[in-house]
Design a protein around this ligand. Structure first.
Ligand SMILES: NC(=O)c1ccc[n+]([C@@H]2O[C@H](COP(=O)([O-])OP(=O)(O)OC[C@H]3O[C@@H](n4cnc5c(N)ncnc54)[C@H](OP(=O)(O)O)[C@@H]3O)[C@@H](O)[C@H]2O)c1
Length: 298
């Protein structure tokens, strides 16, 4: 990965941190994001201990706030003209309805809209790479979701499981729709289920909620370390075997099937339109994208 620039969201903890350490050890230049400057600085120090690592730079941004996503994209663009790998990893669960400062439900804003916006704002830097890879971290939790996004994220009908599952279905539909729109370009788009991983996911909801998630996987006997959980992401980011592969879903470095609705192209288009509407973007790609454009940079 020497000479390759990788952007990782949610790098200050868990799977994102482990992905940074593994890609750093392969010599990648890393742009890392998270909300916490202190954790970001600790990660950069950790990476600099490894002499194989290229450059490592931390940019603070709260991805639930669209202004900060735009500032993050601008900061990345000012540092590098080319992004080889974009890892849309940041994510959170919320046990109760919580609106962001943009007035959007936090799970949908953090897990999906942030990455939709960031990816589209970085599109021409991805296009500038020899062959760029976009990797979006979804979850097996998408499987029960029905795709009723507008209902799912309303205060009156909020259900924590449905909200998280729907945000992860949105991750998958976005990854697939992006792949369809990028057909014929040098950019690939795939999604990952990292498995049940012992991380800080859900800690914001208190220890009991967090233990419920970790305990569930521990009792099932499939709880993974963050290092193991990162392996499929790192495989998709770096392996020659993943070159040119696009529009797929991976678990333990193998392609798997996602739920039936995740392949529904009409539903994915509706989600795309909804996401454009909620982020205030003009569609930079139209129905299919053939090259760089600057219409979305304003
Ligand atoms: N753990 C699992 O079992 C599991 C299973 C399937 C999928 N996943 C997915 O894996 C991804 C990584 O999660 P994880 O398990 O590694 O959890 P984690 O340890 O809680 O890490 C989540 C990362 O996302 C960042 N983040 C959360 N909200 C953010 C916001 N508003 N703005 C910017 N950054 C934000 C966190 O930053 P802070 O340090 O500031 O909180 C942290 O760096 C998520 O997309 C999650 O849905 C996890």
């Amino acid at each position: 990965m020497k000479g390759k620039t990788c952007v990782i969201t949610g790098a200050t903890s868990g799977i994102g941190w482990a992905s940074a350490v593994q890609l750093g050890a392969m010599g990648a230049d890393l742009i890392l994001t998270g909300r916490d400057e202190r954790k970001g600085a600790a990660l950069v120090r950790r990476l600099q201990r490894d002499r194989a690592c290229g450059t490592a730079h931390f940019v603070r941004a709260d991805l639930s706030v669209q202004r900060e996503v735009r500032e993050l994209a601008a900061a990345i663009r000012s540092r590098c003209a080319r992004v080889d790998v974009l890892i849309n990893n940041a994510g959170a669960r919320f046990d109760t309805f919580l609106p962001t400062s943009d007035g959007i439900e936090s799970t949908f804003a953090t897990n999906h809209l942030s990455h939709f916006l960031l990816t589209l704002l970085l599109l021409d830097t991805l296009q500038a790479a020899e062959a760029a890879r976009v990797i979006t971290v979804a979850s097996g939790a998408h499987s029960g979701a029905r795709g009723d996004f507008e209902r799912c994220f309303r205060a009156e009908s909020y259900d924590r499981k449905a909200a998280y599952g729907s945000s992860k279905l949105a991750n998958l539909m976005f990854a697939y729709e992006l792949a369809r729109r990028l057909k014929g370009t040098k950019i690939t788009s795939n999604a990952v289920d990292p498995g049940g991983v012992a991380t800080n996911l859900g800690r914001n909801n208190g220890i009991v909620s967090w233990l419920r998630h970790v305990g569930y996987h521990a009792l099932k006997g499939d709880l993974l370390s963050p290092e193991k959980g990162a392996e499929t992401i790192v495989f998709l980011a770096s392996s020659p075997a993943a070159e040119g592969v696009t529009g797929k879903y991976f678990f333990q470095k193998r392609e798997i099937q996602s739920s039936r609705i995740s392949y529904d192209e009409a539903a994915a288009k509706r989600l795309w339109e909804l996401s454009l509407d909620m982020t205030g973007l003009d569609d930079p790609m139209g129905p299919s994208y053939r090259g760089p454009t600057s219409t979305f940079l304003s």
